[in-house]
Design a protein around this ligand. Structure first.
Ligand SMILES: Cc1cc2nc3c(=O)[nH]c(=O)nc-3n(C[C@H](O)[C@H](O)[C@H](O)COP(=O)(O)OP(=O)(O)OC[C@H]3O[C@@H](n4cnc5c(N)ncnc54)[C@H](O)[C@@H]3O)c2cc1C
Length: 268
């Protein structure tokens, strides 16, 4: 049976922050993580605070700082954005691998990173592209780069009383090319066994790996032309996968190496 909770859809950030102070308050974006967890009894919120009525929460736009989007921007909004497709193809490649079209119609990037799953499909792109979160509390806003955002499985570095107001993917990363390889148990949509993104910009290479450690992994400092075995060893050194219901640790390690070598030999 669904646990009872109150629902609020504030229209301003101060109103939302007041509500968040309440005992048992939880934020709602698309609900594709939150609601199954409420139904399963994992979360028992007393109050669910919806972000979708906040001004500009569904806005996605490219400006001087880069691509900016609010907490109600869905994954399909990202895929529909011409700026995202043309300037940040690696972001779209990762977003497109997340679940099905139907889920992507509701699910948001912000909800995906706030869920902080090691298998998040949006995290690899945000890490490689140097994106940052703008986090708001009653004392103001602060920036949290995504390479400092994840604190552990299902844990972020947001404090109580803060919410994620905006994501900025920097203009300096526009034009970077990328390719994301995601291994799944089935051909249809599924959580990843492992996912490896390779991003290339001006001869610099970075890799990000999902489902490979307690938090999504970022590896930088490689150049085009690097020996595939050297790159694979460097990426694997940053990973510490586990055995779980989807795969063994050994299979994950093997496939991370395969994917790094394949991305290098086939290119982005
Ligand atoms: C069938 C199915 C398949 C899926 N497949 C994948 C997959 O392949 N890859 C993958 O990565 N994920 C997958 N997911 C997980 C899920 O769809 C994503 O994590 C989704 O992006 C979450 O976004 P949401 O808007 O639905 O978040 P919600 O469910 O609304 O929220 C998620 C969490 O973030 C918090 N939150 C929301 N907004 C804010 C905010 N602004 N500030 C602070 N906290 C906030 C909520 O309180 C909650 O804890 C799947 C889910 C389903 C149901």
């Amino acid at each position: 049976m669904l646990h009872d909770f109150r629902y609020a859809a504030p229209r301003t950030a101060p109103e939302l922050l007041d509500l968040l102070e309440g005992e048992g308050a939880m934020m709602l974006a698309g609900g594709t993580d939150l609601l199954p967890n409420v139904r399963n009894g994992v979360f028992k919120p007393r109050l669910v605070v919806d972000v979708k009525k906040l001004p500009d929460s569904d806005r996605i736009a490219f400006g001087a700082e880069g691509l900016e989007f609010g907490p109600a921007v869905t994954l399909n909004d990202v895929l529909r954005s011409k700026d995202a497709r043309e300037k940040y193809p690696a972001l779209c490649a990762c977003v497109h691998e997340l679940a099905s079209h139907q889920v992507r119609n509701r699910a948001t990037v912000v909800g995906n990173v706030m869920n902080a799953s090691p298998c998040s499909d949006t995290a690899p792109a945000l890490l490689c592209l140097g994106a940052r979160a703008i986090v708001r509390s009653k004392t103001g806003a602060r920036e949290l780069p995504f390479d400092h955002f994840f604190a552990g499985p299902k844990k972020t570095r947001l404090e109580k009383g803060e919410f994620l107001e905006k994501v900025i993917v920097p203009a300096s990363s526009a034009g970077a090319k990328g390719r994301y390889l995601k291994l799944k148990r089935i051909n249809g949509h599924d959580l990843g066994i492992v996912g490896v993104l390779m991003l290339e910009k001006d001869g610099a290479l970075s890799f990000a790996v999902s489902s490979a450690a307690p938090t999504p992994v970022l590896v930088t400092g490689l150049r085009k032309g690097v020996a595939p075995d050297e790159a694979a060893a460097k990426v694997l050194a940053a990973c510490s996968p586990i055995t779980d219901v989807r795969a063994t640790k050994e299979y994950r390690e093997f496939m991370i190496g395969v994917y790094v070598r394949r991305l290098l030999s086939e290119g982005v």
